[in-house]
Design a protein around this ligand. Structure first.
Ligand code: CTP
Length: 214
């Protein structure tokens, strides 16, 4: 199988010294890449900046911004069977990037931000992807309802949802506790290390891919 995984945060520049980003460590996406390659599949990892080593045997495209991740995914999806969008993509980016360092002046500074492309949301329509499509949802409230809304709106086969308000799991942590949200039902998985969870998720996603084959 050819598997594409997005991972990590994106980094949206403000000026030559500064950027907007988020707390994603990339651990879940990298653990998934490791699990799929260990199961004998061909993996392309498209990742924003992280401190992690790229797992051996994984093809790697490093990106910084949401726009760069969007074009890397657009160029790569053609031969992909399974796409897993684990990246924490910035939803907004500065409307313009200052050519020089923004110097302090007034007591307040207002930044104008504009929407970034929704990469997962573009997969089915704009990119014409027909393979198995898996997204993530990091929520702080109404986990199941918000995840199910994403599943439908972004035409996914599965959303892996986690409640990032729970202490000790999710962003930056080595552990995670997820709810699998399918079109017909949900399945809550017990808390586990991201490594253990990634192996289980890879198996679940491969089974899903086999089931949805015509
Ligand atoms: N995603 C993406 N491109 C974006 C934003 C998100 O590919 N610009 C993907 C993420 O990788 C993840 C899923 O979409 O798989 C969840 O994104 P999220 O930002 O939570 O979804 P939204 O529909 O934008 O909802 P929210 O209103 O919670 O921001």
């Amino acid at each position: 199988m050819h598997v594409l995984i997005t991972a990590g945060p994106t980094r949206e520049p403000l000026d030559p010294l500064r950027y907007l980003t988020n707390r994603s460590s990339g651990k879940m996406g990298y653990a998934l890449a490791h699990a799929f390659v260990g199961a004998g599949h061909s993996v392309l990892l498209i990742s924003g900046p992280t401190e992690l080593d790229v797992p051996g045997g994984v093809d790697f495209i490093p990106v910084e911004t949401a726009a760069e991740m969007h074009s890397a995914v657009a160029q790569s999806l053609g031969h992909i069977d399974i796409a897993v969008f684990a990246a924490a993509v910035a939803d907004y980016t500065p409307a313009s990037v200052a050519a020089h360092k923004i110097k302090k002046a007034a007591a307040t500074l207002t930044l104008e931000l504009v929407r970034t492309p929704d990469i997962l949301g573009a997969a089915r329509g704009e990119f014409g992807f027909t393979g198995t499509l898996v997204g993530f949802a990091a929520e702080t409230q109404n986990l199941e309802a918000n995840a199910r809304d994403k599943l439908v709106r972004k035409h996914c086969d599965l959303i892996i949802a986690n409640d990032v308000s729970k202490p000790g799991i999710g962003f930056g942590s080595d552990h995670n506790e997820v709810l699998l949200v399918y079109p017909e039902y949900n399945e809550a998985l017990p808390p586990a290390s991201k490594h253990t969870l990634a192996h289980h998720l890879a198996t679940v996603i491969l089974e899903l891919h086999q089931r949805r084959k015509p």
